[in-house]
Ligand binder design. Structure first.
Ligand SMILES: [Mn+2]
Length: 384
């Protein structure tokens, strides 16, 4: 494959999911999260400039759904319009090219020529870049009845004297084998299409982590440009792809986003563990863009439990989200002798405290919660 002796360089992105909401984010954090993913469009444009990439491909799920606010749509289009390189957008399972498609709105039909929606499986020449074309396998429904990547390969003749970049969306059978889902991509078949010179690179979307699949070194998931969930291994990236005239393919991950999702599990058995947890929280950079769910396991006295509550409450103000993970928390509050002596109560309050204290020591969870609240509301005489 040759293109007059010069290499082809482009950026591969996917899974922007613009308009995505997250239940664990406050309104304030959600608006920053949404803006971060719009800003990623401009960042991709800057990276294209910095690395002399000639165009950008987005391998599906540009939008979270086909039912978006007009604000999301207009802001996305505005960011796309400001790019100085051609950008190819593939409809994915979140934003299929059906009757209600966001790509069929009047606003989208009026966009500039450098914004190219891959609406069918026809090859599209890259504007301003000779001998290079992009071809896509767009989703037309949320439940395709076939492997669109196979359909695409079947429709193509071998490329001659031209470099062809294919763009598709979905899980490969090697990552997600599921015979009941006809849309799963047959990776061996896609790699055969590469060996048959039907295309020279397959840019995939759907997996939010940077992932190379197969053995040709030409099939990659770019991952999401901004992290969106806890189960992603390597998000916040885009791929810089370079196809050399001699046939080499080089792929380099580039940093795009700064959001971080952390699922943490910690042992909590006293003041030492508590101090270590607080230090860990303090040292996390970009707290306002960091979402944390944390589970605790262990057993602590009332004083430590109250301090843990206080740390979780005050630090939550700093993070995009900081929440205790109920499912993985198994924290026994066991009042000890220190707790017993730490309150200065008399009369009825003292009787109640003593009663709860005894019940709590016998693993009564309601009593433990009540005692913890009692303690935190200021019943303690000295410092905990
Ligand atoms: Mn998807």
């Amino acid at each position: 494959m040759t293109t007059g002796g010069s290499s082809v360089r482009f950026i591969h992105s996917s899974d922007w999911q613009l308009g995505m909401t997250r239940a664990f984010l406050s309104a304030e954090a959600l608006s920053r999260f949404s803006q971060a993913r719009i800003d990623a469009i401009a960042t991709l444009g800057d990276l294209a400039k910095a690395h002399e990439a000639q165009f950008i491909i987005v391998a599906g799920d540009v939008f979270e759904s086909n039912q978006l606010s007009r604000q999301t749509l207009m802001r996305a289009i505005d960011a796309l319009e400001s790019l100085s390189v051609p950008i190819f957008l593939l409809p994915g399972n979140h934003d299929p090219l059906d009757a209600a498609s966001i790509f069929s709105t009047d606003e989208f039909m009026r966009v500039s020529e450098h914004i190219i929606v891959l609406r069918d499986m026809e090859s599209v020449a890259v504007p301003g870049v000779p001998d290079v074309e992009v071809v896509g396998a767009p989703w037309r429904t949320k439940h395709p009845s076939s492997d669109l990547c196979r359909d695409l390969a079947d429709s193509l003749a071998p490329a001659s004297n031209i470099i062809r970049i294919a763009v598709a969306h979905g899980q490969t059978d090697t990552l997600s084998p599921d015979p009941s889902r006809p849309e799963v991509i047959d990776l061996a078949n896609a790699e055969k299409a590469i060996r048959d010179h039907k295309f020279h690179y397959l840019g995939l979307g759907d997996r939010h982590s940077v992932t190379e699949v197969g053995s040709t070194a030409r099939v990659h998931y770019s991952g999401a440009p901004v992290a969106t969930a806890f189960d992603e291994d390597d998000p916040n990236k885009a791929l810089l792809v370079e196809l050399e005239p001699d046939g080499q393919c080089r792929v380099e991950p580039l940093e795009v986003g700064a959001w971080l999702f952390i699922a943490e599990q910690r042992a909590m058995n006293g003041p030492k563990d508590l101090a270590a947890f607080e230090k860990w929280l303090n040292e996390i950079p970009n707290k306002e863009c960091t979402v944390i769910k944390v589970g605790f396991q262990g057993s602590v006295n009332l004083a430590t439990a109250a301090m843990l509550d206080e740390i979780m409450d005050s630090k939550a103000e700093l993070f995009a989200s900081l929440r205790q993970r109920e499912r993985t928390t198994d924290l026994a509050i066991v009042p000890d002798e220190l707790d017993q002596d730490s309150v200065s109560l008399s009369g009825y309050a003292r009787d109640t405290w003593n009663e709860l204290h005894e019940m709590a020591q016998q693993d009564n969870l309601v009593a433990q919660d009540a005692l913890r609240l009692f303690y935190r509301l200021g019943a303690q005489g000295g410092a905990g």
